[in-house]
Design a protein around this ligand. Structure first.
Ligand code: PEP
Length: 253
């Protein structure tokens, strides 16, 4: 059984004080959530205040990005060991905004994922096609290539520690969600690709869906056999909405 993972990607939202206020409101709301992993990914400046507020709770901390190098002349970057020191359990890599706005390649994403694993942090590796690619019927080619490239440096024996987030770019922040059927079709494809790469370990790998996940669509998405969680942007900024998402129907069974 794969343990569901519901992760909040706050992007460039919330100061440290706002992150703390969120956590104080959020923790009581998810105290009775089911057997799920709940993760908050604030901006870098929110990591330390959140670590203090979440310490000892059931909610884990994630970074939104990392540099694969150990240290050095990389102005503005954060090394994996710095995330370990703060207490990050997860790190998001390859988000479509970083690929599109900052030119991140599959090769760079692969190095980030491997660096996180080397430091004991679980990577959440994002993949997903643009609207243009979907309309040109290239979605599966694009996602397959992203998976091969971004997972190239994952050691076989560490596969089960990697989380994949399928996030169709056309559904991110647009209010337009992939139907559960479209999402399931892609998730099944992703799992097949993972099986080709990692063999039986693919069955244990968690695949999140991301793209306008909200309280009113999470239940049907999570009911799909290959959807093991959600990576949530907009709706994760509100403690009540994200708590409802973390407590999706059937999560308590
Ligand atoms: C995201 O940024 O990963 C995301 C899925 O955003 P939203 O939920 O706002 O579409």
């Amino acid at each position: 059984m794969r343990r569901p993972i519901l992760a909040a990607n706050w992007k460039m939202h919330k100061t440290g004080a706002e992150a703390t206020a969120f956590a104080k409101a959020f923790l009581p709301l998810v105290a009775d959530a089911g057997e799920v992993d709940i993760v908050l990914a604030p901006p870098f400046t929110g990591l330390v205040p959140l670590a203090q507020t979440l310490g000892g709770s059931r909610v884990a901390l994630a970074a939104q990005n990392v540099n694969p190098e150990e240290k050095g002349a990389f102005t503005g970057e954060i090394a994996p060991s710095m995330l370990v020191e703060i207490g990050c359990t997860y790190g998001i890599v390859g988000h479509s905004e970083r690929r599109a706005l900052y030119g991140e390649t599959d090769d760079f994403v692969a190095r980030k994922a491997a660096a996180l694993l080397a430091h004991g942090i679980l990577p959440i590796v994002c993949v997903g096609e643009t609207l243009e690619e979907r309309e040109a019927e290239r979605a599966f080619d694009v996602i397959g290539a992203q998976l091969r490239g971004s997972l190239a440096a994952v050691p076989d024996e560490r596969a089960s520690e990697v989380v994949i987030a399928y996030e169709p770019v056309w559904a991110i922040g647009t209010g337009r969600t992939a139907t559960p059927e479209i999402a399931q079709e892609v998730h099944a494809f992703v799992r097949k690709q993972l099986a080709q790469r990692f063999g039986a370990a693919a069955e244990a790998m968690r695949i999140q869906y991301g793209g306008s996940v909200k309280p009113d669509n999470v239940d049907t998405l999570m009911a799909q056999p290959d959807i093991d969680g959600a990576l949530v942007g907009g709706a994760s900024l509100d403690p009540e909405q994200f708590a409802r998402i973390a407590k999706f129907e059937s999560s308590g069974e």
